[in-house]
Ligand binder design. Sequence first.
Ligand SMILES: Cc1ncc(COP(=O)(O)O)c(C=O)c1O
Length: 368
Amino acid sequence: MSDTKLQRVLSSLSEVYRQLNPLPSGPGPDADCVKLNTNENPFALPAAVMQSAVAALERQYLYPEDDNVSLREAAAASYNLSPDQVIAGNGSSELLSLLYRAFLDPGDSVAMLSPGFAYNHKLALLQDARLLEIRSGESCSLPIHKLLFGPAKEAKFILLANPNNPTGTFVPIADIESLVAQSDRLIVLDEAYVDFAPDSALRLIDRYSNLLILRTFSKSYAAAGIRVGFGFGHPEVIGRLRNLQNMFNMNVIAHAVGVSILAHRTAYEENRRHIEFERERVRFALSQLGFSVTPSHANFLLARVPSGRDGAWWQTYLKQKKILVAVLPDEGLEDCIRVSIGTKSQMDAFLEAVDEILGAESSTRSAV
Ligand SMILES: Cc1ncc(COP(=O)(O)O)c(C=O)c1O
């Protein structure tokens, strides 16, 4: 029986959203798996940060502070900026989505360095915008000429991540400065993984009004579930983005944890050293097992699997052994997996599973 009321409701969706399918029911939680597919950081919060989260629960009956004033002030003090150069978000992905809404009309284009952060495909689709994927140069270098004079010239803004996801590669800040200086477009520099890198572009913020930097506490600060992200840029741009945000976009716990992490950033040094040590250990072990691994400045590795199978095959077999890794939608990365770096025991479990799969493969081959 056709449901005419439902048809009427669905036909009232905006033209852009009418073309989107409803989300199917999810596959359910994988609570018993080792989760190495979304680049989280599996360590506990420092005790002082945890205490601030618990204390914030006593203010649960109040709305959170509007416009995230105290958190923005704390971030400004920590990063040597003024509060009007700072926007705070419910994760940096909220800020990415604000940029799409603020800058793109239907049919407009945005340029992203490719391979890049896959979520941007969805954000462009929601805005009915075109995502122009600009291939990175040799060894993942910045293709400055293509970004300035190629099809990206039409883009409303240009997105780069440094270190990049999914490659983990890092481009020198001098190259980024050269692009920002020569371009009249907004350059959105996503520094989600910057704490694992040798340098940051933050010092350029006061010099260039067309640079906007995104940061998150989901990766190096182990707070992905709390949702804290920042954008740093020119007050005129930042003020307009703040004006677009939902009211009370962050909750009281995110405010308290954000302020407390800023006050205890040095407490994360050991965590960062652990991740870098494990990353290099796993990189070496995977290379010994026949994978080709890109050197990384992030908390994950991009690994090309041994020939004969593709990334999706490895993802399925690792999942059977309760290890979750990511595969990438980017052209040319079909035979790759991306593996987040977790605790030593998580990485031991991953390497053991890889070893077992390779062992089973070679016995199947020799039996044929
Ligand atoms: C490059 C990049 N930017 C942004 C994000 C989103 O981070 P958040 O948790 O702050 O929304 C991610 C998460 O994986 C990422 O890899």
